[in-house]
Design a protein around this ligand. Structure first.
Ligand code: SAM
Ligand code: CA
Length: 278
């Protein structure tokens, strides 16, 4: 799946990355309307009708990066971001503002036992590892070890590699194996899902039992390049078109799932946070 997400027409993707890769996708009224209608209004308490518009322009995004993100980005994360920028699939990396968001979120919820599905060169992994206490754990899975090893020296230098248990291979069988062990049920404080979008609902079916009640699952790329609001006949890259319907289905399913509270946040390409309540 990595190859589908990242390698098709990589030259064009890199230039698209330069154009739009690291800015909030909440740029059109249609996209904002989509979030409201899919994930907010159906679950909004009566008293909270008014929502503020958030990031809407490149200049505003640049302002966020330059004012609040880059000056506080740990040296190791900057180094990893720069290494990743030279990689041909760099479109896949987590943006610096999302990395900062994840890091803060993990601290806010006091996460200790975590999981990441979809590592690539490890930017979100490093932001997680830096946030966890020294005895914190991350079960990290990816079908591609080579890209993980590209970032690994930076993670080691940052002194947080001991928190990571990297498993090479598809994530689903690992989840199924964990589910067989009742002790693993409800054991994760936080799970970040950033891999094959056509499997997100399959992940959700399993992760809902592995995350603890009160714990959080974050599904990444839930705005999927803004394609969730594009008309079906709009021109789209093949991989964007292929995964679009899966992301749309996921968004509807999460919004309708009574086992979780959700918030779809327009950071990066959109991350939907799901807090398990039952
Ligand atoms: N979180 C990463 C970061 O911050 O750079 C980006 C992850 S990238 C968008 C998606 C990753 O998912 C790729 O590295 C790909 O190899 C991995 N992947 C794709 N299918 C997978 C699967 N079935 N199981 C585990 N990982 C998978
Ligand atoms: Ca992502």
């Amino acid at each position: 799946m990595a190859t589908v997400e990242a390698t098709k027409d990589s030259t064009q993707q890199v230039s698209r990355h330069q154009e739009v890769g690291h800015k909030s996708l909440l740029q059109s009224d249609a996209l904002y309307q989509y979030i409201l209608e899919t994930s907010v209004y159906p679950r909004e308490p009566e008293s909270m009708r008014e929502l503020r518009e958030i990031t809407q322009s490149d200049a505003l995004y640049q302002y966020i990066l330059e004012t609040s993100v880059y000056p506080r980005e740990p040296e190791s994360m900057r180094e990893l971001r720069e290494i990743t920028a030279k990689h041909p699939w760099n479109l896949m990396t987590t943006s610096a503002d999302e990395g900062q968001f994840l890091n803060l979120l993990l601290k806010l919820i006091n996460a200790k036992n975590t999981m990441e599905i979809g590592v690539y060169t490890g930017y979100s992994l490093l932001s997680t590892a830096l946030a966890l206490p020294d005895d914190g754990k991350i079960l990290a899975m990816d079908i591609n070890r080579e890209n993980y090893e590209l970032g690994l020296p930076v993670i080691q230098k940052a002194g947080v590699a001991h928190k990571i248990d990297f498993r090479e291979g598809p994530a689903l069988p690992v989840l199924d194996q964990m589910l067989e062990n009742k002790e693993m049920h409800g054991s994760f404080d936080f799970i970040f899902v950033d891999a094959d979008k056509d499997n997100y609902l399959n992940y959700h079916k399993r992760l809902i039992d592995l995350v603890k009640i009160g714990g959080v699952i974050g599904y990444d790329n839930t705005l999927w390049n803004g394609s969730v609001v594009a008309p079906p006949d709009a021109p789209m890259r093949k991989y964007v078109r292929y995964y679009r319907d899966f992301v749309i289905e996921l968004n509807k399913a999460l919004a309708a799932d009574p086992r979780i509270e959700i918030s779809q946040i327009p950071v990066g390409d959109g991350i939907t946070l799901c807090r398990r309540v039952i």
